[in-house]
Design a protein around this ligand. Structure first.
Ligand code: C2E
Ligand code: MG
Ligand code: MG
Length: 780
């Protein structure tokens, strides 16, 4: 009874916007019996907390009156519903109906709406009724004939515009507001503003449209001083922001800040694209800006990006506001966060960004990642590669075995491709039988990880694919472009990878090509070498040479460093600098390194058994070997098998590798030291580590790099550096060895300053084992 007798009309609607209840006051306003109202749809979604001017559908309010409405959340019989209170609009006349958007429009007190009209039409476009028609808005008077279509009375340009807006209507966004600055018969300072509202029935179908047109004589720019405006914008329930005529943010309300995670100081002065996700291309952004500043506005759905990088879908409506003289003053942007409206946003996003057949990322996601990668690579001055892969002869598979088999093959291949890429790489299906990979540099791969991935794919595809009991053989052609050499934006990278892919096809398919010819040559040479390297161990092509290391004061040989040589049947002797990094990239170093250790230990025993003094054997160890789980046990076994005393074996580890992960390496070194084996740091001084970081490492000796030995004579700092290393090393109980000693003067200088051992061409070139034996003192 209390509710019934309230001076305000009260409606309760459920979450589908169907009326559950109307009080007597509401019924008397609407002049409709209760039974005709209950269950009817009000046609728009209430926005709790907002006060709006609304117009109800004719089926509910035959008189089409304007109401001031206020919305609240309500639990009605245990269901989430809305309470709507209604008051007749002040001037009673249905003029501008702005449900859902009224804050901002009502807040433009400076807008003079001199002429207006409203018009209802059916989903087929048939005009149902037209009110307050003013000249200039329509090219034909809609009131004069029966059975006119809305598109008959609008100019072509406006018809097109309207059709586009009708497409955009949804139950969530039942209203569109748009400007039409180039209207028929208008003066230059006049613009048309249209408001289109769709009314939805229960099944989500539109049963009626309302189009309001107003002839706007002049717009005044939004300014902070216009206090009514500011306060309304700031209290609006929807995120709203303003930009200046250049598209830079000038004002935004709290809802906007909440939605995007920015504060005013982060965003004012920034371009609109700073809230736009990088899913969108710069071209897309340009289109939006052009539309805003040249066509009076833009509306559409796009992905926005929160300050924390999270991206979400939003309906954005940008309305341009013009100066009296027709120039752009500013732009008002309303945002409707779609991520909440879409109940299954994540699923949708997944669907939007993935290929349904293979579940791989699709082109859109690939582009998103490409933009990100370009930004990151720019920051870190890194490279990455884009691989474009096209299956050879896939069409024939489809034709011969049918599309179902074709689909199965694509699925199988995508699974196999996934095993060929690195964990941070991205594999995407571009459509059809085309795939793309973004390949990032990895620790051991140095320059050319992409070629290794491409080769891996080509090798992997030599295995047959079992599809419906048929063994299918399929190959791929791959093109590779590199960032930044072959393109600095996503489009050119993809295009050039594509060009390279076509070259791979031309060259007989089943191969890969770099976009750059120079790289092709380099990679080919390296791959060729890689193939040879693979067989070098079996073919017994490796040799060890030894370079003597002498004690400074006596110049007696106390140790020898084993250095690897590859005696290639065709290419001749290959030096380690030309193949060690390749061996590391391919992982072959692990087996090669084992061979080096075994050979050095065996030859050491030959030395002893032949009656020579037991010099130490220094062996170079690659980081990749040290990382192997069985490294320590391998050393232990080798020592046991060759009966070599552990302290005669010295492992040289480069400073730069050691510093990559000091803690992890320290543990390994401790285990090695437990065996009694010595540890030496090679190339010391080139890894830029501080001596400090060495304090806690179990190290027996430091090898000062040749560059420092050279610098010693060249400049005074060089000498003090060497002196410093020697004295600190000694304090840490380490022996100091100088590498690359080429003259006696260097040897004397080093000895004077307390360097323990010397190595270099002056004392002996790397030599074969027999030559070494001749230089070493016999024991007897
Ligand atoms: P490294 O361990 O620093 O070896 C010293 C290099 O300097 C050797 O080059 C040696 O021939 C050269 N050298 C010695 N004295 C002089 C000198 O007075 N003047 C000049 N200009 N050079 C001198 P090499 O044999 O070409 O080895 C190069 C690098 O290859 C080695 O540097 C080492 O890092 C790596 N390496 C060699 N053998 C192996 C191996 O068996 N396994 C691994 N993982 N790496 C190896
Ligand atoms: Mg060495
Ligand atoms: Mg060295």
């Amino acid at each position: 009874m209390i509710v019934d007798n309230l001076p305000e009309g009260v409606l309760v609607v459920d979450s589908f916007n169907d009326i559950l209840f109307a009080n007597s006051t509401a019924l008397s306003y609407l002049e409709t019996p209760e039974k005709d109202i209950i269950g009817k749809n009000i046609g728009f979604g209430p926005v709790p907390g907002a006060i709006k001017t609304i117009l109800l559908p004719k089926s509910i309010d035959p008189a089409r009156q304007c109401f001031e409405a206020c919305f609240r959340n309500l639990y009605w019989n245990g269901e989430a519903s809305y309470l709507i209170t209604l008051r007749p609009h002040e001037n009673g006349k249905p003029t501008s109906i702005l449900a859902g958007k009224s804050e901002i429009m009502d807040a433009l007190p400076t807008i003079e709406r001199s002429e207006e009209c409203q018009l209802r039409f059916s989903p087929q476009g048939l005009i149902l009724d037209a009110l307050d028609i003013s000249p200039g808005i329509f090219i034909k008077d809609p009131g004069s004939e029966n059975n006119l279509s809305i598109f008959d009375v609008l100019s072509d340009e406006h018809s097109q515009l309207l059709k586009g807006k009708i497409e955009l209507l949804s139950a969530y966004q039942p209203m569109q507001i748009f400007n039409a600055p180039y209207a028929y018969g208008l003066q230059s300072n006049q613009h048309l503003q249209f408001i289109l509202q769709g009314f939805f029935d229960k099944s989500g179908e539109i049963y009626e449209y309302l189009l309001l047109g107003s002839l706007v004589n002049s717009f005044f720019p939004y300014s902070k001083e216009s206090s009514v405006m500011t306060s309304i914008v700031d209290h609006a329930s929807q995120p709203i922001a303003f930009t200046d005529m250049n598209g830079n943010f000038t004002h935004a309300n709290q809802q906007f800040f909440n939605l995007l995670g920015y504060r005013s100081q982060d965003i004012y002065g920034k371009q609109i694209n700073s809230i736009l996700s990088s899913v969108h291309t710069p071209e897309y952004f340009n289109k939006i800006v052009t539309s805003i500043f040249q066509r009076g506005g833009w509306q559409g759905e796009c992905w926005l990006q929160h300050k924390n990088q999270h991206i979400f879908p939003a309906e954005v409506q940008a309305t341009t506001i013009f100066h009296k003289n027709g120039e752009v003053a500013c732009c008002a942007i309303y945002i409707c966060d779609k991520s909440e409206l879409r109940l299954v946003e994540n699923n949708l996003r997944h669907l939007a960004l993935h290929d349904p057949l293979t579940n791989l990322p699709n082109r859109t996601l690939l582009l998103e990642r490409l933009y990100q990668s370009i930004r990151m690579a720019n920051k870190k001055e890194e490279q990455f590669a884009v691989l474009h892969l096209d299956l050879d002869g896939f069409k024939a598979v489809n034709n011969t075995y049918g599309h179902i088999a074709g689909d199965q093959l694509l699925k199988l291949i995508s699974e196999r491709l996934l095993t060929c890429i690195h964990k941070d790489d991205l594999l995407a299906r571009m459509g059809g039988d085309e795939f793309a990979i973004i390949s990032y540099p990895t620790e051991y791969m140095g320059l050319l990880p992409a070629s290794v991935t491409a080769q891996k794919i080509i090798n992997d595809l030599t295995r047959p694919c079992l599809i419906e009991e048929n063994e299918l053989f399929i190959t791929a052609s791959i093109g590779i472009s590199l960032y930044p050499e072959d393109g600095t934006n996503a489009t050119s990278l993809l295009k050039n990878a594509d060009i390279a892919m076509y070259r791979a096809k031309e060259l007989g398919k089943n191969n890969f090509q770099f976009y750059s010819e120079e790289l092709n040559r380099r990679v080919l040479k390296r791959l060729d070498m890689g193939n040879h390297l693979r067989h070098a161990l079996e073919r017994d092509e490796f040799r060890l040479v030894y370079q003597p290391i002498v004690e400074s004061h006596s110049r007696r040989i106390v140790a020898a460093e084993a250095l690897l040589r590859w005696e290639h049947t065709q290419l001749g002797r290959i030096m380690p600098d030309d193949f060690i990094s390749l061996a590391e990239e391919t992982g072959l170093i692990v087996d090669i390194g084992k061979w080096v250790i075994q050979t050095a230990c065996k030859q050491h025993m030959v030395l002893l058994q032949s009656g020579y003094s037991p010099v130490q054997m220094s062996v170079n160890i690659s980081g990749r070997q040290l990382e192997q789980d069985d490294f320590v046990s391998f050393i232990e076994h080798t020592l046991a098998n060759t009966e070599m005393k552990p302290d005669r074996l010295v492992l040289e580890i480069t400073e730069s590798f050691l510093m990559e992960d000091i803690e992890k390496n320290r543990k390994k070194l401790v285990e090695i030291r437990k065996l009694g084996v010595k540890i030496s740091i090679d190339d010391f001084g080139t890894g830029y580590s501080s001596l400090n970081s060495l304090v806690n490492l179990p190290i027996d000796s430091l090898k000062i790099d040749k560059t420092f030995v050279d610098a010693m004579e060249e400049n005074p700092h060089g000498l003090s550096l060497v002196k410093g290393v020697i004295s600190i090393g000694h304090n840490l109980d380490m022996e100091i060895i100088a590498e690359g000693v080429e003259h006696n003067a260097q040897a004397i200088l080093l000895e004077t300053h307390g360097c323990d051992q010397l190595q270099g061409y002056y004392f002996g070139m790397p030599m074969n084992f027999n030559e070494l034996c001749r230089l070493i003192d016999p024991l007897l």
